[in-house]
Design a protein around this ligand. Structure first.
Ligand code: F6P
Length: 360
C-alpha cells in the first residue's frame, strides 16, 4: 500500500532545513519509489491547522541541498497557545488531528527547535505518528550533541567578530557584538572563543558590570587599547538574575535600550570614558547557505528519519550522540533546554587563556 508522509518546518528558520528535507525525501523515494507520496505542509503548524499543503514530487528534492531557508516556509505557533481556542473559535489541536487524518498520513515529519518539539510531543500524545529532526542555530535541544544550523550560524557570527577585530584595533575602541541566543549561550560562547573575544557574556553566567570594566581597564594597562565583547542576546546581570520574570521585564522596559548590548555599552562608556560601538548581526546569523558540516549533519538526520519511518518506529527525534545518529523518545526531549553547563571544559579553557565571563 502507498505510504503518505507529511513534512513541515516550524519555528525560526536556520541553514540546513532544505538539506534535511532533501535527506528525508530522497531516502524515502529511494526505498519506496512509486509506493510513496510526500506532502509538504506550508508554514509549519499553521499549514497543518488550516490544511494548507501540496504534493512534493521526487524532483522537488533535487537542487536544494545548498540553499538556505526552507522550501516549505515556516512560522512560529507558540506551544502555550496550542490548546487555547482563538477568536475564530478554532480548536487548533483538533484541526491538526483532523487534517492529518484527512491527508491520510502514515507519519508526520517535523523539523524544529524547542517549542516545535513540545507541540510534536503533544501530537504524539494525541495519537499521531511523528518523527522529528533537531534544527536551530541555538544548539539548545536536549538529547542531541548538535543541531543543524549551529555550525553555519557560528561561521557567520565568528566572521562578524573577526571583521570587527580589525576596525576595533585601528580605532582603539571597545566593540560589542551581540550574538543570537536568548536563553542559552552556545553560539556566543563558540563564536567568542573562535574569534578571540576578550569578554563573553552568556545567559547562563550572570555578569557584574564592574568585572567587565576591570577586564577592559586591565587590558588598557597592558597596552591593549581595544576590547571585543561577544554578548548573548539574553545576557543578564547578577542583580537581574535575582529578579522574578515580571520584575526583569519591567526593569528592561524602563531602560529603553534597543537590546542588552546597548545598555552594557552605555555603562562601559560611563565607567571608562572610551568609545564603545555595538554591532548586532541579528537574523543575518540564520541566513544564507548551510556550511558543509551542516549539510552533512542534516543529510544524516534526514536519512535516519526516513529509516525510522520505514521501520514504523514513531515518536522519536533523530539525535547526534557521540557522533552516532540515534533515536531519542520525544517525551524525553519535549520541554527540556540544553543550556551551556557551567563546568563545560571550554569555559575553563577560555578562562585559562584570559577570556572573562564577567562573573569574577
Ligand atoms: O531560536 C532561534 C533564534 O534565532 C534565537 O537565537 C533568537 O533569539 C530567536 O530565534 C529570534 O526569533 P525571531 O526570528 O522570531 O525574531
Amino acid at each position: 500500500m502507498k505510504k503518505r508522509i507529511g513534512i513541515l518546518t516550524s519555528g525560526g528558520d536556520c541553514q540546513g532545513l532544505n538539506a534535511a528535507i532533501r535527506g528525508v525525501g530522497k531516502a524515502l523515494y529511494e526505498a519506496l519509489g512509486d509506493d510513496l507520496e510526500i506532502l509538504g505542509i506550508k508554514d509549519g503548524y499553521r499549514g497543518l491547522i488550516y490544511g494548507d499543503y501540496f504534493s512534493l514530487e521526487v524532483s522537488r528534492f533535487s537542487g536544494i541541498l545548498t540553499h538556505g531557508g526552507t522550501i516549505l516556509g515556516t512560522s512560529r505557533q507558540p506551544f502555550k497557545e496550542m490548546r487555547v481556542i482563538g477568536d475564530d473559535g478554532l480548536d487548533k489541536v483538533k484541526a491538526m488531528k483532523s487534517n492529518y487524518r484527512q491527508m491520510g498520513l502514515d507519519c508526520l515529519v517535523i523539523l524544529g527547535g524547542n517549542g516545535t518539539h513540545k507541540t510534536a510531543n503533544l501530537l504524539r500524545e494525541e495519537g499521531l505518528n511523528v518523527v522529528t529532526l533537531p534544527k536551530t542555530i541555538d544548539n539548545d535541544l536536549w538529547g542531541t550533541d548538535m543541531t543543524f544550523g549551529f555550525d553555519s550560524a557560528l561561521e557567520i557570527a565568528s566572521h562578524v567578530i573577526d571583521c570587527i577585530h580589525t576596525t576595533a584595533d585601528s580605532h582603539s575602541r571597545i566593540f560589542i557584538v551581540e550574538v543570537m541566543g536568548h536563553k542559552v549561550g552556545w553560539l556566543p560562547l563558540y563564536a567568542g572563543v573562535a574569534s578571540g573575544a576578550d569578554v563573553i557574556l552568556l545567559p547562563e553566567i550572570p555578569y557584574d558590570i564592574d568585572s567587565v570594566v576591570n577586564t577592559i581597564s586591565e587590558r588598557e594597562r597592558k597596552g591593549k587599547h581595544f576590547s571585543i565583547l561577544a554578548v548573548a542576546e539574553g545576557a543578564i546581570s547578577k542583580a537581574e538574575a535575582k529578579m522574578s520574570k515580571k520584575e526583569l521585564k519591567a526593569k528592561r522596559e524602563n531602560m529603553n535600550y534597543p537590546s542588552i548590548s546597548y545598555r552594557i555599552a552605555a555603562e562601559i562608556r560611563e565607567h571608562t570614558g572610551k568609545e564603545v560601538r555595538v554591532t548586532v548581526p541579528g537574523h543575518f546569523q540564520r541566513g544564507g547557505d548551510p556550511s558543509p558540516t551542516d549539510r552533512v549533519l542534516a543529510t544524516r538526520f534526514g536519512a535516519a528519519a526516513a529509516k525510522l519511518i520505514l521501520n514504523e518506529q514513531y515518536g522519536y527525534m533523530v539525535a547526534l550522540q557521540n557522533n552516532k545518529i540515534v533515536p531519542v523518545p520525544l517525551e524525553n526531549v519535549a520541554g527540556k533546554l540544553k543550556s551551556v553547563p557551567l563546568d563545560l571544559d571550554l569555559i575553563q579553557y577560555a578562562r585559562d587563556i584570559g577570556i572573562t565571563f564577567g562573573d569574577k
